[in-house]
Design a protein around this ligand. Sequence first.
Ligand SMILES: [Zn+2]
Length: 82
Amino acid sequence: MPKIRCKCGELLRFGDIPCKIEYKFISDVEYDQYQEQIDSEILYLNMKSFLQCDECGRLWFFWDGFNNPPKEYVLNKISNES
Ligand SMILES: [Zn+2]
């Protein structure tokens, strides 16, 4: 099962289908290339993924597919929030 270790120590497993910590996205420019009705499987294959760590809220974006290391995005916590 594919997995990565988050900086907080949490193990992020993303082999489940559907995966609760994986989110799919597509740029507006790429989506704009689709016209009329589209096959959801084709759309799925052209979307990219990020994982959200339940523990610390970090996002790990796979901009270049799962075969390349993800980029880390850290939640900027505001000091008066708990
Ligand atoms: Zn984490």
